[in-house]
Design a protein around this ligand. Structure first.
Ligand SMILES: Cc1cc2nc3c(=O)[nH]c(=O)nc-3n(C[C@H](O)[C@H](O)[C@H](O)COP(=O)(O)OP(=O)(O)OC[C@H]3O[C@@H](n4cnc5c(N)ncnc54)[C@H](O)[C@@H]3O)c2cc1C
Length: 451
């Protein structure tokens, strides 16, 4: 170990309420996330391992770590639960990984607004459970909600179960404020209101260390899960769209094509080989869905109240669909896209003509800026990078908006454009560029522009 690293560790050991993890196998494990869903990232990120991992137990320890990283000019990469898919929490340039999971308390519930203030390392499953006593629940959940942290979701996720109604995390109204520690000459805890929080929302922890968040919650409802078998994919899409625009409460609406259904766990796939529409609604809403099904001559199966099911449909949607496909064959990977409005089936038909069953379709109903849309997380058999890029180009040419899960930067996984506010926030709160270096594309060209 270099004398610099020794001095660094000595300083860290003097910090109160800070766990230090040096065992190489633990440091390696805590330097990884689920980037292996992408064969491209798997190759790129395999050797990226931190020097050590720390776990702060309170905010003061967070400030102290920021001071030490500033003094030693050492990279600092934040980690929640490490369930991200694009290597968001992987330290590209070694340094320290700081896992936030011990900062995990619900700090305050605001009855007038339904907002909740929670520490960033709180597991979403625990948070949702605690919200029950206020008759509230989280609006948006990734399918990893049982294991992922709320801070990691805001900093690295996008949407999921609930997006059918509440859109995506960056939509105004979902994140109300946050507290974050800076890493500059004098690291300190700053409070950000909703507008000031925007640049830190989905920034992969590149421009502030989030310690608490204030988020909006929804009234707790009993969600019932229902599955509809449908032999015609076009008809399945039309039924889902009809359900989405009906005057009912919905938490989830998805379609898995038959060859995907075939790879799902035995409890889900049942006997018949058909496409499946998956819906979560209230008991009242189910009545309307049953009527829609009757008109369309399809038969719905009510599975029961999602929370009471041993296996709920939340476990086979969003990227959990890909998880189950990969459990069968590690050569499956995936893409994420917003399908072109009213031309969803046209895109799927064109892609099927060109690529056949190399691409299997998984659709999720979402709200995009208030408009009901269909997103897709198709799974594809990995061949090579050239073929993947060709598929991306084909989908773009047919009008899809791609959110590429095979790149490590904030911009690459999003709309591909630099958000100058994110770069400005990094210049102010992390002027040495120590936070999660290599993940913010805009930082690399900061000198070329007047941010
Ligand atoms: C099977 C599977 C299904 C998934 N489904 C979904 C889904 O439905 N929707 C979705 O959006 N995502 C999904 N994901 C991705 C991921 O699970 C979620 O985004 C999750 O919310 C990330 O939380 P985490 O605690 O694991 O964060 P991590 O992976 O640990 O971190 C994510 C990012 O946030 C940063 N970060 C963490 N904590 C902080 C902090 N306190 N301050 C600042 N930055 C911080 C990290 O540096 C990293 O860049 C899925 C992943 C898998 C493997």
């Amino acid at each position: 170990m270099s004398s610099r690293n020794q001095r660094l560790i000595e300083k860290l050991k003097k910090v109160n309420n800070l766990e230090i993890i040096e065992r190489p196998s633990d440091v390696k494990r805590l330097s990884k996330d689920f980037y292996n869903y992408s064969p491209i990232l798997d190759k790129k990120l395999d050797g990226c391992i931190a020097d050590l991992v720390v776990r702060p137990i309170d905010r003061n320890a967070v400030v102290k770590v920021a001071e030490i990283c500033w003094e030693f000019s050492i990279p600092l990469t934040l980690r929640g639960a490490g369930t991200g898919n694009y290597g968001q929490a992987v330290p590209l340039f070694k340094g320290i990984v700081m896992q936030m999971n011990l900062l995990n308390k619900l700090e305050e519930y605001y009855p007038d607004t339904g907002f909740v203030k929670v520490q960033s390392g709180c597991l979403m499953g625990h948070l949702n459970k605690q919200l029950e006593k206020y008759d509230r629940e989280l609006r948006l959940l990734p399918s990893t909600w049982k294991t992922a942290t709320i801070g990691g979701f805001i900093a690295g996720g996008s949407g999921g179960i609930g997006s059918i109604r509440w859109g995506f995390l960056r939509d105004p109204g979902n994140l109300i404020g946050l507290e974050a520690v800076t890493i500059n000459e004098e690291p300190k805890l700053i409070r950000f209101n909703a507008e000031e929080s925007e640049p830190l929302n989905h920034a992969y922890g590149t421009n502030g260390i989030i310690t608490s968040l204030i988020i909006a919650t929804d009234i707790k409802r009993k969600w019932y899960s229902l599955v509809i078998d449908c032999e015609d994919l076009h008809k399945a899409i039309e039924i889902l769209k009809t359900c989405v625009i009906a005057a009912i409460d919905l938490k989830l609406g998805a379609i898995l094509e038959d060859d995907i259904v075939d790879q799902m766990p035995i409890w889900f796939k049942g006997q018949s080989k058909s496409h499946k529409i998956l819906i979560q609604s209230t008991l009242g809403g189910i009545k309307t869905i049953e009527l829609i099904c009757k008109k369309q001559k399809v038969v719905p199966t009510l599975l029961g109240e999602e929370d009471q099911l041993i296996n709920g449909i939340s476990d086979v949607v969003w990227n959990h669909t890909t998880l189950h496909m990969r459990a069968k064959d590690k050569n499956w990977t995936y893409l994420q896209m917003l399908l072109p409005l009213e031309k969803e089936f046209e895109l799927i038909t064109s892609m099927r003509k060109k690529w056949g069953k190399k691409i299997l379709w998984h659709i999720e109903a979402v709200s995009q800026q208030g408009v009901p849309r269909l997103a897709a997380l198709p799974v594809l058999k990995w061949h090579n990078e050239e073929q993947l890029n060709q598929i991306i180009v084909n989908c773009k040419n047919l009008g899809a908006i791609i959110f590429n899960p095979h790149v490590v930067t904030v911009e690459g996984g999003g709309l591909g454009v630099i958000d100058s506010d994110q770069v400005k926030a990094k210049l102010k709160f992390d002027p040495k560029g120590l936070l999660n270096p290599g993940k913010l594309e805009g930082w690399k060209i900061k000198d070329e522009y007047d941010f």
